[in-house]
Design a protein around this ligand. Structure first.
Ligand SMILES: [Zn+2]
Length: 164
């Protein structure tokens, strides 16, 4: 997948035509109901080349929109847009497959990293609760001081690392 294909698709396919193609209706103020979070009031603004949801903060270009909507990768979204809008882009299959693999690998790494982070976060939460009990109930001065110091560190850690 060359950068040119991305640019070509973005150049030729506008955001309003994309939402029309996939069954969304633009209201008079230029908003649609966000497909990426549930809502009653339409809060996704559609621009000529991009979108932005004031409800959940999702935004991007036509390729991002299609890849999120159909849960496909960006290279797949380019192929889909090219075929749905009859752009007739030639797809270099071998090259696309390589990109596809790289994309999948990157996603996998991000997921694993997130999983590890969440495990650490949860275990630090548990530790925090236990230490609070120690500080509250222990009569041992040294044990209490140690727990207090660790609590301060955890406090700092939580302020630097937010749940995601
Ligand atoms: Zn949203």
């Amino acid at each position: 997948m060359s950068l040119n294909k991305y640019e070509l698709v973005k150049q030729q396919v506008s955001m309003p035509s994309v939402i029309g193609q996939y069954g969304f209706e633009l209201n008079r103020s230029g908003f649609i109901s966000c497909p990426f979070h549930s809502e009653k009031t339409a809060s996704m603004k559609i621009y000529d080349k991009s979108f932005y949801c004031f409800g959940c903060g999702t935004g991007g270009d036509v390729i991002k929109f299609v890849s999120l909507l159909f849960r496909i990768s960006a290279p797949q979204a380019v192929v889909k847009l090219s075929s749905d809008f009859f752009l007739g882009l030639k797809t270099d299959t071998a090259y696309d497959k390589k990109n596809e693999r790289e994309y999948a690998l990157k996603k996998l790494r991000e997921e694993q990293e997130l999983k590890t982070f969440r495990q650490e976060y949860m275990s630090k939460c548990e530790e925090f609760k236990k230490l609070r009990k120690v500080v509250k109930n222990s009569k041992d001065f040294i044990e209490t001081a140690k727990a207090q110091a660790r609590l301060e560190y955890l406090d700092y850690w939580f302020s630097e690392n937010h749940w995601r």
